[in-house]
Design a protein around this ligand. Structure first.
Ligand SMILES: *[C@@H]1O[C@H](CO)[C@@H](O)[C@H](O)[C@H]1NC(C)=O
Ligand SMILES: *[C@@H]1O[C@H](CO)[C@@H](O)[C@H](O)[C@H]1NC(C)=O
Ligand SMILES: *[C@@H]1O[C@H](CO)[C@@H](O)[C@H](O)[C@H]1NC(C)=O
Ligand SMILES: *[C@@H]1O[C@H](CO)[C@@H](O)[C@H](O)[C@H]1NC(C)=O
Ligand SMILES: *[C@@H]1O[C@H](CO)[C@@H](O)[C@H](O)[C@H]1NC(C)=O
Ligand SMILES: *[C@@H]1O[C@H](CO)[C@@H](O)[C@H](O)[C@H]1NC(C)=O
Ligand SMILES: *[C@@H]1O[C@H](CO)[C@@H](O)[C@H](O)[C@H]1NC(C)=O
Ligand SMILES: *[C@@H]1O[C@H](CO)[C@@H](O)[C@H](O)[C@H]1NC(C)=O
Ligand SMILES: *[C@@H]1O[C@H](CO)[C@@H](O)[C@H](O)[C@H]1NC(C)=O
Ligand SMILES: *[C@@H]1O[C@H](CO)[C@@H](O)[C@H](O)[C@H]1NC(C)=O
Ligand SMILES: *[C@@H]1O[C@H](CO)[C@@H](O)[C@H](O)[C@H]1NC(C)=O
Ligand SMILES: *[C@@H]1O[C@H](CO)[C@@H](O)[C@H](O)[C@H]1NC(C)=O
Length: 774
């Protein structure tokens, strides 16, 4: 689901309002403390907002619209009222109405709505979760935890969402099961305890959506939401597979947790920001414990202009853990999004599982590739590519209409993989043209990436180094041939490896934070799929599967959401920041062959850096007993925003009220009590030195002494004061200072990485990566 997920993971498309010429949807922040006395007495902000809207109605815009006989409402439309995620509303306003609104006492800001498009069997074992033990010990399993997914809805009949053996719904739950097209109250149960849908923002911008291709309800017409929900909290299902591939027991990480789905993403994969905020708003009010957002944007914006950052902060204030996809725009530098410090930003990596093929060339060379095709091997067949396959300039991509039937029929067609066409479309075109097979070749940027879709014909995907060799072979002979053999599911080292598509740091918004935070399985993940959609998601795909294999940070994010739910049920006193810290400081950076985690984006599998995997790969069982945590309160985050010099009105959007930054503010952004270190040095001086403070909370066994060790980044010396921390009782907090100094004679480079680690014997290792950037 790479291409699809690039679509399915938030893409900001600057869409101009099409439904109305005059009015545009805005997300408006209001200062609730300024609520007029008359409305205040009713304690109802909706009435205040309605009165505000009435008072700013622009008569001239109304008249114009009437002349045009616009079927839209002729006064400003209140689209959503927000109570929990932000204080304010979404409304469709003319320019004049916006100007009037700005004069209202209590107005804070208005940002134009934007369209977002949405960008496992083996996972549990790979993550070290074992049935009956540790976090999956029945007495720990959190049937009391509720995971909210803001996504494309759910296919409720799926076996992954049945509720046998689930205890009654927690009485604190305030959510609802909203009825709609092909969705009734009986579609909810003790597993799916909430189902709601939000489309008014979508319709205000795009226009009415097609009821032919989507359901006006929480039912999933894309598959994305069903897949992510089952990864977070689907039941354990034995003998799950796709065409027999990846067979085993499928199940969500928090397989006893409850699911609450908030559908915001509609048929073409698009979601309006105002609807996403409405989903988050409702999830907070309903009482979820974890929010899972497999959505992202191609653009990082400052936190004060990032509505997802603002609304998820309100979730954090309520103790809700927030996990977000980091994006599928890697391996470009600074491509990571959803980077606010309270968000767990998740990268994607490979499991130790592959779907191997052998490609035998006519000259005796043999290459290993990958495929989800299930069937017999092909014979040695002629290979065609580019000119020999059609000759059009798009033939190398096997684009629609570019292949010549005569030249392709019965042969294996070589296609260059590209972000322009989905891999499935390429396979479909080869099949339509009569091809007998396909080799799909990576370019240099895709490196050794092998994120797969189930093709309609025998195929093999090949990494860049092999692709280069195959192209040389094509040039070397007049009659190239090849065969493909399918070896099915194989397990093997090394793993994990970082996916090339996984978005990378450094963090363009907050340079003082390493982002992403962690990595989790996100390539070729098997999870639940709706009964009416083919595995490729294309209409023309008539195959039906109960489980589908897909890739993306959309897939890694719900792994972390499910694990957070497990941690929360074992440690119900931990804050979202504490859970995040536990997952980060116990993450590992070595693969299962004790080498460094490799980066598939490089053709020779060079070691990945913290800008690819953050603190490392999540390790749920270790995170359950981390020894120390770096905790952060909502007020700490506000002080951090102060240290970034955000204005009082910007900070009020996060605080939900006026917030006064400390007068004698001495906090640097790097002093936020974050479990990792991003240090920024000036190129203009050669004696850079910065000192940050951290405070750790003891959550392990009593009476322990930690010592600090680490590896200094090239050209940087690190000193920690004190170097020993002695704890007695759990809950005790101790602080340390850490100084990063440029070594004499060091020439500035781009970035240099290292780490520090607080250790108590061999029981606890509390590790923090360090990235120094000039
Ligand atoms: C306005 O549009 C509606 C339906 O689109 C139509 O039935 C009606 O006749 C139109 N009115 C005028 C005045 O054009
Ligand atoms: C399960 O957890 C309980 C309580 O924490 C503990 O007593 C028991 O030993 C655990 N069982 C296993 C198999 O880990
Ligand atoms: C409605 O959902 C049922 C599953 O309950 C499915 O079998 C049916 O095909 C769906 N109808 C439509 C029109 O999608
Ligand atoms: C497992 O699933 C496969 C295909 O889905 C089926 O052929 C097989 O009979 C199943 N095995 C068991 C033990 O249920
Ligand atoms: C998957 O299926 C194969 C062949 O039926 C079997 O040998 C293997 O044990 C299965 N793997 C799992 C994890 O169930
Ligand atoms: C695969 O080969 C076997 C044995 O040669 C044959 O019986 C079967 O029909 C073939 N399957 C397909 C899908 O061609
Ligand atoms: C790995 O590849 C990169 C470029 O892709 C190259 O700069 C580097 O020297 C290679 N390293 C090794 C060990 O071959
Ligand atoms: C904030 O403003 C202060 C005082 O002008 C300045 O020293 C500091 O560098 C600024 N911080 C950031 C992150 O811009
Ligand atoms: C900053 O001011 C607060 C009160 O506003 C005071 O408690 C604190 O000690 C002051 N800190 C410093 C470093 O002066
Ligand atoms: C760095 O050197 C400059 C002058 O060369 C000096 O003013 C400054 O104090 C030095 N800074 C540190 C951190 O040593
Ligand atoms: C920890 O040490 C303190 C003082 O040395 C002692 O009083 C206490 O009993 C110890 N606690 C445990 C659990 O060993
Ligand atoms: C760097 O050089 C200065 C004098 O130029 C010296 O005082 C300082 O100790 C040196 N630092 C290191 C880390 O060697």
């Amino acid at each position: 689901m790479i291409c699809k997920t690039a679509l399915l993971l938030l893409v900001f498309v600057a869409t101009t309002s099409m439904a109305s010429m005059n009015r545009q949807t805005y997300i408006v922040h209001m200062d609730k403390t300024k609520i007029a006395a008359s409305h205040h007495s009713l304690g109802n902000s909706k009435e205040w907002y309605e009165a505000v809207i009435d008072s700013i109605t622009d008569i001239s815009a109304e008249e114009e619209e009437e002349e045009e006989n616009d079927s839209e409402s002729t006064s400003p439309q209140l689209i959503h009222v927000y109570e929990s995620a932000i204080s304010g509303f979404a409304a469709k306003l003319s320019t004049k109405e916006l100007e009037s609104l700005k004069k209202i006492d209590g107005f804070l800001s208005a940002t134009p709505d934007e369209m977002f498009t949405l960008q496992t069997t083996r996972s549990a074992q790979f993550l070290g979760l074992q049935y009956g033990k540790g976090l999956w010990n029945a007495s720990n399993l959190g049937s009391d935890t509720i995971i909210g997914l803001v996504d494309s809805g759910i296919w409720p009949e799926h076996v992954s969402f049945q509720d046998e053996n689930m205890p009654p719904v927690p009485s604190r739950w305030k959510g609802a099961c909203e009825e709609g097209t092909n969705f009734t109250k009986s579609n909810c149960n003790k597993k799916i305890i909430g189902a709601r849908y939000f489309f008014k923002g979508y319709e205000a911008t795009i226009g009415k959506f097609s009821k032919i291709t989507d359901y006006k309800s929480a039912r999933d017409s894309l598959g994305h939401g069903t897949h992510t929900a089952s990864t977070a909290a689907g039941n354990l299902v034995d003998n799950a597979s796709m065409f027999g591939l990846a067979n085993g027991t499928a199940g969500g990480m928090g397989y006893m947790s409850r699911l609450a789905v908030y559908k915001v993403c509609w048929n073409n994969g698009a979601a309006a920001g105002s609807d996403i905020i409405a989903g988050i708003d409702q999830a907070i009010a309903d009482g979820v414990d974890v929010l899972s957002l497999s959505l992202g944007s191609f653009i990082s914006r400052p936190y004060n202009l990032d509505e997802i950052a603002i609304s998820t902060f309100q979730a954090i204030k309520k103790g809700i853990f927030v996990s977000c996809a980091g994006g599928n725009s890697g391996p470009s530098s600074s491509s990571v999004t959803n980077t606010a410090p309270w968000i767990m930003t998740v990268a994607a990596s490979y499991l130790d599982r592959k779907f191997a093929t052998t490609v035998d060339l006519g000259d005796g060379q043999t290459f290993e590739g990958s495929s989800l095709y299930v069937g017999n091997e092909t014979k040695q067949l002629p290979l065609v590519y580019g000119e020999t396959a059609g000759g059009d300039k798009n033939t190398i991509f096997c684009a629609e209409g570019s292949l010549n039937r005569e030249r392709v029929k019965g042969k294996i067609v070589v296609c260059d993989s590209t972000l322009i066409f989905s891999r499935f479309e390429q396979g479909e075109q080869v099949k339509l043209a009569g091809g007998a097979g396909m080799l799909l070749l990576n370019d240099e940027k895709q490196g050794e990436e092998l994120a797969l879709v189930a093709q309609p014909l025998p195929d093999s995907s090949l990494g860049f180094s092999k692709s280069k060799a195959i192209k040389e072979y094509l040039k070397s002979t007049k009659n190239p041939t090849a065969s493909i053999t399918f070896k099915g599911t194989e397990y093997g080292k090394p793993a994990p490896m970082m996916a090339a598509f996984s978005s990378r740091g450094p963090n363009a918004v907050g340079r003082d934070l390493i982002k992403p935070d962690v990595t989790a399985p996100g390539v070729n993940i098997l999870a639940a799929w709706p009964g009416l959609i083919g595995p490729s998601s294309f209409k023309s795909d008539e195959r039906r599967v109960l489980f589908n294999i897909a890739s993306g940070t959309s897939m890694s994010c719900p792994h972390v959401s499910g694990i957070a739910a497990l941690l929360k049920s074992v440690h119900n006193d931990w804050s979202p920041a504490a859970i995040k810290s536990a997952l980060m400081t116990t993450a590992y950076v070595e693969d299962d062959k004790c080498g460094e985690i490799a980066d598939v984006a490089s053709s020779n599998y060079t070691a990945a850096t913290p800008f690819a995997f953050g603190s490392g790969h999540v390790d749920p069982e270790k995170a359950s007993d981390p020894g120390l945590i770096y905790d952060i309160t909502p007020e700490d985050y506000l002080n951090y925003l102060c240290s970034l010099n955000y204005s009082a009105s910007d900070i009020a959007k996060f605080a939900g009220k006026d917030f006064t930054c400390p007068q004698n503010q001495t906090m640097q952004p790097g002093d936020l009590n974050y479990p990792s270190f991003a240090v920024n040095f000036k190129r203009s001086i050669d004696n850079n030195s910065v000192t940050f403070t951290r405070t750790v909370t003891h959550v392990g066994i009593p009476n322990v002494t930690y010592e600090v060790r680490g590896t200094e980044p090239d050209g940087v010396s690190i000193t920690v004061e004190p170097e020993i921390l002695k704890f007695e009782n759990p809950g005790q907090k101790l602080s340390y200072k850490i100084t990063f100094t440029q070594r004499n004679g060091t020439v500035p480079r781009k970035t240099s990485f290292g780490y520090i680690k607080w250790s108590y014997l061999d029981k606890y290792h509390v590790r923090s990566p360090v990235a120094v950037t000039w």
